[in-house]
Design a protein around this ligand. Structure first.
Ligand SMILES: [Zn+2]
Length: 260
């Protein structure tokens, strides 16, 4: 992307929600959007900020109790805390990327009855490629900044994060069984409210596979480290998937067209 400054100006103040299954690259796309100046918001970030900045409120006390016990903070607390977080001056001025929240229809109904969004970006990937990519690709992440890597997207120096130099560790919960279970949960709880968002006309799809007939501009492929890689699953299905650099390029091009 040659016109990065122009793109930063175009997305300033935009309210973007990343939608997609575990393993689709929401973490890395969040980082790409942060690089454009948007504020990263997830439920854990909002809860920790609330507890830190307003420790004596009843909401904070309850949230802290639940989090210390390692429990799931109830919607009645999470939703208002995230909504208040989105109203913070820096989120209003610079815009935000909402990552992994809302997770359930109940949360989505509460959130979207009050909060307006400019874009719900659906990172679409066939389920069989997702399981393959996460498990066979040996997905791993930076312990410091959470940037994601895999055999398809190796760091420049093995074991060290490209972005911050932190240590890269494997994700202990990534095996075929747990991925399957998490994808079942996603289909039942999260994907179930996608039609509600589509009815609002704010959903756009950004596929992370490359169609057979899709031309990839050779000029920018040369700049990428791993270009695209082929994935073949047990049933013999093949697809090309974009790597980290390819997806960033695709995302930035999409945003440039959308918000220009
Ligand atoms: Zn890092």
């Amino acid at each position: 992307m040659d016109d990065l400054e122009k793109l930063k100006a175009a997305v300033r103040g935009k309210r973007i929600h990343l939608f997609g299954p575990p393993g689709c690259g929401k973490g890395n796309r969040s980082k790409d959007l942060q690089a454009l100046g948007l504020i990263h918001v997830a439920s854990g970030i909002a809860l920790r900020a609330k507890v830190r900045d307003d420790p004596d409120s009843e909401l904070s006390k309850t949230a802290r109790d639940v989090m210390e016990r390692g429990g799931l903070v109830p919607d009645a607390i999470v939703v208002p805390v995230v909504m208040a977080h989105l109203e913070r001056p820096e989120c209003r001025e610079r815009g935000f990327v909402l990552d992994g929240f809302p997770r359930t229809k109940a949360q989505a109904d509460l959130l979207f009855s009050k909060a307006d969004l400019d874009l719900v970006l659906h990172l679409e990937v066939p389920r069989k490629f997702l399981v393959y990519g996460v498990v066979e690709g040996a997905r791993r992440a930076c312990a410091a900044c959470a940037a994601g890597y895999s055999d398809f997207d190796p760091p420049r120096v093995e074991g060290l994060c490209d972005r911050c130099g932190g240590e890269i560790v494997s994700r202990a919960d990534d095996n075929a069984e747990t991925i399957d279970r998490r994808l079942d949960g996603y289909d039942a709880e999260t994907k179930a409210f996608l039609p509600d968002l589509e009815a609002r006309g704010i959903v756009e799809v950004l596929p992370i596979t490359v169609g057979d007939d899709e031309e990839i501009d050779e000029g920018y492929l040369k700049k990428l480290r791993g270009e695209v890689y082929w994935v073949e699953t047990d049933d013999g299905t093949k697809a090309r998937m974009l790597n980290l650099d390819g997806m960033r390029e695709r995302l930035y091009r999409f945003l440039a067209e959308k918000f220009a």
